[in-house]
Every structure is written in structure tokens, then in C-alpha cells.
Design a protein around this ligand. Structure first.
Ligand SMILES: *[C@@H]1O[C@H](CO)[C@@H](O)[C@H](O)[C@H]1NC(C)=O
Ligand SMILES: *[C@@H]1O[C@H](CO)[C@@H](O)[C@H](O)[C@H]1NC(C)=O
Ligand SMILES: *[C@@H]1O[C@H](CO)[C@@H](O)[C@H](O)[C@H]1NC(C)=O
Ligand SMILES: *[C@@H]1O[C@H](CO)[C@@H](O)[C@H](O)[C@H]1NC(C)=O
Ligand SMILES: *[C@@H]1O[C@H](CO)[C@@H](O)[C@H](O)[C@H]1NC(C)=O
Ligand SMILES: *[C@@H]1O[C@H](CO)[C@@H](O)[C@H](O)[C@H]1NC(C)=O
Ligand SMILES: *[C@@H]1O[C@H](CO)[C@@H](O)[C@H](O)[C@H]1NC(C)=O
Ligand SMILES: *[C@@H]1O[C@H](CO)[C@@H](O)[C@H](O)[C@H]1NC(C)=O
Length: 665
């Protein structure tokens, strides 16, 4: 096995292990044997597919004779930017399909990179095939009025099917609310006739509606066409330059209730009709009448508003009960969904308990957190906290779907996020290659917005207190979702700024004042965010590593290089392409967030602003808070500038403590 094969083997292994976020189908129609002519032909044609001349991103080739003949086709998504990009994509995808379908006679693959490859032992050129197809959807639900949503969605899809069947590729957008849009993309292989393309896309729209109606985006794709939609622009659209940039803008505020429309507008006419007395009388009486009507209207509507709020309060109470009921699950339901908490359904073990994967009978995937029971909190308090947390909705937070409270069992049920957590990517020598700078930048922005929402925009002020790379999950499109927020609330009552004798957090991410004095505030989350940003850029954990023959931590390392003007050194070597100025700016922001002095750290709101706008000028960071790892030789500590008292106060020896009791003073 040569190096390339090895790479693709790992890549495919990884893609399979992260839950197959690509659409791959190896047909069950027949296998070939390893050394057969057919197999060699297939490998040959797929390896060379990318180098043949393509017209408009479309590759079509055959090789071999009779029963050993292989037909192959590849296609780039219509918004590809250059022939080179397209050819690279086809190259990667066709190597991938060889590893994913090692001995199948037929297969197709819609890659994660935007292109499609298909091969077979029979001619499929110009033949419409709808099956086998597959459906993927985002786990989040549409929150707004579904009737209204479906109307808009169907209109968009209908228009797009017409357009795409003519052009074989089309994208379209529709306004959902003033702030939110639906983005959709459709494509057929160019060998299809207009009618066939129309049939294919229409069929997939129907299939989407049957499987995934009410979800926040999804895709149906098969051997001949592909239809995808989402709530954010996932393609490069040239048609709408006015669309907001996808990544770093803060989430739009919820639509404010508009003032009621003004009821009567009286336009005055200064024209010369005054000489007639009757006209004057008529005008005056009309005005009087209108004034009276308006007064009556204002009076009545005020009274009505009062009644409304009263009846609303009544309804709210009922709603609240409904809300609680809709969130409460029976233990038996969850037990069934997780196969009685079987070990191979276990996704991980955190400080608060184990997390299991589960699936409801309707096919919905969930993640279940089984809390360790010693939280020292009453049932009622627990329930109230959960209800509050379930009201937090943000794109960059993992949704809490419900809870279960029976006997000693306390379970939290979350939406299942498809890819694994961020640490599995950035610290992995192979997977980190999947995260290019654009993706990492988007992840940083998403995390920032999620925290900002927790700090400022949600109804509660929530301090996360355990922000770290393993608490950031990535969805199908590598959008970050923060998990485990509000856990500190479930285990403690006090969530305002204060002192605590109980440290919740992870060494390496905790702010110095929190470790030393147990003081936490929104600024301690900002510190953890800063550590995360530096980790994402450097691809290194904020634990000790050897640099220039001494042990340092990431913050020291980044700061030292920043100060010496060699900040480029700290960038993850896997980030070969990317805007250097953007990366440097992010390092700068990261350093500002990890300042020792609480007051010098920015708030999350200003951090988001700094990330969004390159015109905001940044303060010069000073020395960040340094921590030495107490298990390493103390003799190395002088290099870092950390003072002795700091080091003495840090009592941790492991990297991954999640809850630690600290003696109250
Ligand atoms: C083809 O090979 C796959 C494994 O690669 C196997 O699961 C499948 O049963 C085989 N199909 C036939 C028809 O032999
Ligand atoms: C393709 O391979 C399958 C399975 O070996 C076989 O049944 C079928 O006849 C082949 N088709 C052609 C056109 O050779
Ligand atoms: C494959 O074919 C080559 C020669 O064509 C032969 O040397 C090799 O032993 C064969 N391998 C298998 C597994 O049949
Ligand atoms: C395809 O990728 C391989 C290895 O990544 C490379 O050696 C080869 O030149 C590429 N082919 C084309 C046509 O880009
Ligand atoms: C492929 O394209 C190149 C450059 O555009 C051209 O010189 C060459 O003749 C083409 N080959 C074929 C087989 O069309
Ligand atoms: C693609 O290949 C098929 C045969 O498999 C052939 O009939 C067709 O003309 C080819 N199309 C193009 C555009 O080369
Ligand atoms: C949803 O919107 C439709 C159409 O605008 C309206 O008739 C319906 O009452 C709305 N439903 C809710 C629950 O607001
Ligand atoms: C959608 O909304 C944007 C502003 O939110 C507006 O500029 C645009 O014209 C709207 N498009 C349509 C088709 O209504």
C-alpha cells in the first residue's frame, strides 16, 4: 500500500467513523474479485478521471471491453470556482470511492467536497435512475409557524425545480422572516433530459417532505440528481451579492414586534376650495368624525390589550404546563431508546455522568446524559433549571430536548450532533486536515456567538464555566454547537458572579482568579474562549509541551512568539492556506482574552465585534496568565515568568479534571 492509498484509507475510515457525513452508495448488484480485469479497469479509470478534459465540470469516460468495460462519470457542483478546484475534488472523491467500495461493481458518491462520482459495469448515460438514494437532514427543528414555513418552502422548491431542470443546476433563496432566509440548491447530471431532471428533482422534494418535514435543512441525493436546502448559504452564490456574509455576523435579534399600523392618516389638502362654506362644514365634520373614531379606537384597543395580557397570563400558565409535559420523558422510553444504556451506545463520560446515544422509535437520534445522582439538588429545583435551559435556543448551542426524573434517575436528553467534538478534530494528526482556515474561522465565530448568547442574549445570564474543546460539538457542516452549558446551575444554586468553594472546570481552560480564589464571572468564560481560539489556530492542547528545550504551555508559547514577532510559528502546519492577517488577528484576540487581569479581558460582545470587523482596532495584549503544570520539573518554571505563589496555588496534577473540590478558606 503506498502513501496515497494509506491516506485515503485513513480518510475514509475517519469519514465512516464520524458518521458518514457524505452520501456514498455501493450497490449490492455484484462484486468483482481483487485481481480481475474489471477491478483493474475500475481503479485505472477512477485514478485518471480527474485528468481527462472536462466540459463544464462534467467528466465522462469508459474503459475496457465487453464484460470488463467500466463506465465512469463525475460532476462538480455547479458553483465550483475553477477547473482546478473541480479536478482536485474529482480526484479526491474518486480515490475515496475506491476505498469505500473496495470490490463493488457499481457505486456512486456525493462527496463532502462538492462533487459527484459514479461508475458501473453498464451504460447509464442518459438513463434516469431514482434509486438507491439517500436522505440526510439536520437535527434541529423549524421553530416558526410550520404552515407558513411549508408554504414558502414549497414555493421556493417548485420554482427551483423548474429552473434546475432547464439549466441542470440552480440555487435559490426565499425570505422566511425579515432576518432569516432559506437557501436551496438543485442539480442533475447533465446527461438527463429536461423531463427526466424534472421528475428526479420533484421526486426528491417529495421524499424529503416525507422523511424530514420540519427539520432545519436536509438533502436527498441519488445517482442522477441532488436537492439540498438549509437555513444558511452553503454554496457560493453569485446572484445575491447583498446576502449577509455567512460566518461571523452576530445572530440577528429576534424580530421585534412592530407597532400596530396607524389607523387613519388624514391628509390635509391646502387647495383653494375654501370659498364654499358647505365644503368647509363638510371637511370640519369629517375631521371631527375621524378624530372621534380614532379616540374610540385608541380607547377600545387599550382596553382590549389589557384583557389580552390578562388572558395571556392565564394562557401562559397553561402553556408552561404543556411545555413541561412536552419535555418530560419516561424512563422506560429512554431506556428503550438507548438499549438499556448499553455500553456500545456510550458516547463518552463527563464529569457529570455518562452520555449515551439513543434513537426514538420515530428515527430521531438523541444523546442522553445520565447524571451522577449526587447533585445535592431537589427534584423541583432540578426540573425548574431544566425548563429554563430548554428555553435556550441558538444555532451554536446543543438543543436540550427534555429530561427524565424518576426515582434516582436524572437524565437530560439532547439533540444528537452528527460529527464528534472539536478536540477529536484539531488534535488529531489526520482529521485536522479537514479543518481548513475558513472552517476554523467559522467555528471560532460560532463559539463566540454561542457564548455571547449565554452571557447576554438569553433570558438568563449563564456562565458556562467548563468551556473546552471537548464541549464543542460539530454538526454535519462543521458548525460548532456548545454543549454542557448550564451544568453548573444543575449542581449549584448560585450563578451570579461570586465565590465558590466548588470548582467546576477543566485545567488548562480555567481562569487564574477562578483557580486561585474560586471567583467566576463572565470573564472566566472569556478566558476559556481565548484558550480555545489559540488551540484551534495552533492545533495544540493548552497543556505543556517542549519548545526550545523547555516545557511551556500554549499560552506562553503563543505569547512568546507574538512578542518576538514570530507569531506565524504557532500556526498549525495543517493550515497551509488561509488569510494570514485573519489568523494573526485571531491570535491577537485570543491573547487579549487570556489576560491575567480580569478587567483587561474583553467581554464576549466585544470579542464578537473584533472577530466580525477587521476595522475595529485591537489593544496590545500584555503578558497572559501563565500556569505551570505542577507535575513537570519545577526547575523549568523560570522561563515562563510564572511566579511561585501562582504555582503553589495550583493543586491539579491531571489535565482533565472536571469537577474538583477545593478547600474553602
Ligand atoms: C459483495 O461484497 C460485500 C463486502 O465487500 C459483501 O457484503 C456482499 O455480500 C458481497 N455481495 C455479493 C453479491 O457477493
Ligand atoms: C454487471 O455486473 C452484474 C453482477 O456481476 C451482472 O449481473 C450484470 O449482468 C453486469 N452487467 C453488464 C451490462 O455486464
Ligand atoms: C494477481 O495477479 C498477479 C499477476 O497478474 C499475480 O502475481 C498475483 O499473485 C495475483 N494476486 C492474487 C491475490 O491473485
Ligand atoms: C490526484 O491526487 C494524487 C495524490 O493526491 C496526485 O498524485 C495526482 O497527481 C492527482 N491527480 C490529478 C489529476 O490531480
Ligand atoms: C484537452 O484539452 C487540451 C487543452 O485545452 C487540448 O490541447 C487537448 O487537445 C484536449 N484533449 C482532448 C482529448 O480533447
Ligand atoms: C459519454 O459517454 C457515453 C457512453 O458511455 C456516450 O454515449 C456519450 O456520448 C458521452 N458523452 C460525452 C459528452 O462525451
Ligand atoms: C400560521 O400561519 C398561518 C398562515 O399565515 C395562519 O393561518 C395560522 O393561524 C398560523 N398558526 C399559528 C399557530 O400561528
Ligand atoms: C428579502 O429580504 C431582504 C432584506 O431582508 C430584501 O433586501 C430582499 O429584497 C428580500 N427578497 C425578496 C425576494 O423579498
Amino acid at each position: 500500500m503506498n502513501l496515497t492509498n494509506l491516506f485515503f484509507f485513513f480518510l475514509s475510515f475517519m469519514l465512516i467513523s464520524i458518521g458518514l457525513s457524505i452520501g456514498q452508495t455501493c450497490y449490492g448488484t455484484g462484486n468483482f474479485t481483487a485481481n480481475s480485469t474489471y477491478g483493474r479497469n475500475r481503479d485505472l479509470i477512477l485514478s485518471s478521471l480527474a485528468s481527462i478534459n472536462a466540459t463544464g465540470g462534467f467528466y465522462n469516460a469508459t474503459i475496457g471491453q465487453d464484460s470488463d468495460k467500466v463506465y465512469a462519470l463525475a460532476l462538480c457542483r455547479g458553483d465550483y470556482s475553477s477547473a482546478e478546484e473541480c479536478s482536485n475534488c474529482v480526484n479526491v472523491t474518486s480515490h475515496l470511492i475506491m476505498t469505500l467500495c473496495p470490490n463493488q461493481k457499481e457505486a456512486y458518491l456525493w462527496g463532502r467536497l462538492p462533487c459527484f462520482v459514479r461508475y458501473s459495469n453498464r451504460s447509464f448515460y442518459g438513463v434516469l435512475e431514482l434509486n438507491p438514494n439517500e436522505r440526510l437532514y439536520n437535527t434541529g427543528d423549524i421553530r416558526s409557524n410550520l404552515t407558513e414555513f411549508n408554504q414558502i418552502w414549497e414555493n421556493l422548491m417548485d420554482g427551483l425545480v423548474r429552473k434546475a431542470s432547464r439549466l441542470k443546476f440552480a440555487t435559490g433563496e426565499a425570505n422566511l422572516t425579515y432576518f432569516q432566509r432559506i437557501y436551496a440548491l438543485m442539480q442533475c447530471t447533465p446527461d438527463l433530459s429536461q423531463t427526466d431532471c424534472d421528475v428526479c428533482l420533484r421526486q426528491y422534494v417529495v421524499e424529503y417532505q416525507n422523511c424530514c418535514r420540519g427539520k432545519q435543512g436536509g438533502v436527498v441525493q441519488g445517482p442522477n440528481c441532488n436537492s439540498r436546502w438549509d437555513l444558511y448559504p452553503f454554496y457560493t452564490s453569485t446572484a445575491t451579492p447583498d446576502a449577509p456574509p455567512p460566518s461571523l455576523l452576530p445572530d440577528a435579534p429576534p424580530p421585534s414586534t412592530l407597532p400596530p399600523p396607524t389607523t387613519s392618516t388624514i391628509t390635509k389638502d391646502n387647495g383653494g376650495g375654501i370659498n364654499s362654506r358647505t365644503v368647509v362644514i363638510i371637511v370640519v365634520s369629517i375631521i371631527m368624525f375621524l378624530v372621534l373614531v380614532s379616540l374610540a379606537y385608541v380607547f377600545l384597543s387599550k382596553r382590549k390589550a389589557k384583557q389580552d395580557t390578562r388572558s395571556k397570563q392565564g394562557r401562559n400558565c397553561v402553556d408552561e404546563i404543556h411545555f413541561e409535559e412536552s419535555l418530560r420523558f419516561n424512563f422506560s422510553t429512554i431506556k428503550a431508546a438507548t438499549d438499556d444504556f448499553r455500553d456500545d451506545n456510550k458516547l463518552g463520560q463527563g464529569g457529570f455522568g455518562a452520555v449515551y446515544k439513543g434513537r426514538f422509535p420515530n428515527g430521531q437520534d438523541i444523546a442522553v446524559k445520565r447524571l451522577s445522582t449526587n447533585s445535592g439538588q431537589g427534584d423541583l429545583e432540578f426540573k425548574n433549571e431544566v425548563l429554563l435551559m430548554a428555553k435556550l435556543h441558538h444555532r451554536n448551542l446543543v438543543r436540550l430536548l427534555g429530561f427524565c426524573l424518576e426515582g434516582n434517575e436524572r437524565l437530560l436528553i439532547y439533540e444528537f450532533v452528527l460529527n464528534s467534538s472539536l478536540d477529536n478534530f484539531i488534535f488529531d494528526p489526520i482529521k485536522r486536515g479537514l479543518l481548513d482556515w475558513e472552517t476554523r474561522y467559522r467555528i471560532i465565530g460560532g463559539i463566540a456567538r454561542g457564548i455571547l448568547y449565554l452571557h447576554e442574549d438569553s433570558r438568563l445570564r449563564i456562565i458556562h464555566r467548563d468551556l473546552k474543546s471537548s464541549n464543542v460539538l460539530l454538526d454535519l457542516d462543521m458548525n460548532p454547537k456548545i454543549s454542557d452549558f448550564g451544568m453548573a446551575r444543575l449542581f449549584e444554586m448560585d450563578q451570579t458572579q461570586g465565590d465558590t468553594s466548588r470548582i467546576v472546570g477543566t485545567f488548562g481552560y480555567m481562569a487564574p482568579e477562578y483557580i486561585k480564589y474560586g471567583q467566576f464571572s463572565i470573564k472566566s468564560d472569556v478566558f476559556s474562549f481565548g484558550v480555545l481560539v489559540l488551540e484551534i489556530i495552533c492545533g495544540k492542547k493548552n497543556s505543556c509541551f517542549i519548545y526550545e528545550h523547555v516545557t511551556v504551555n500554549l499560552l506562553t508559547y503563543a505569547w512568546k512568539n507574538w512578542k518576538d514577532g514570530t507569531a506565524l510559528n504557532v500556526i498549525d502546519p495543517a493550515l497551509r492556506v488561509g488569510s494570514t492577517s485573519e489568523i494573526l488577528r485571531c491570535i491577537h484576540i485570543g491573547l487579549l482574552c487570556v489576560q491575567e487581569n480580569v478587567v483587561s479581558r474583553p467581554t464576549m460582545a466585544s470579542a464578537v465585534l473584533m472577530l466580525c470587523s477587521s476595522s475595529v482596532s485591537l489593544r496590545v495584549p500584555s503578558k497572559p496568565a501563565f500556569f505551570m503544570h505542577s507535575t513537570t520539573e519545577p526547575s523549568n518554571s523560570e522561563v515562563t515568568g510564572s511566579d511561585q505563589s501562582e504555582r503553589r496555588s495550583v493543586q491539579f496534577s491531571v489535565n482533565e479534571v472536571s469537577i474538583t473540590e477545593l478547600e474553602p478558606r
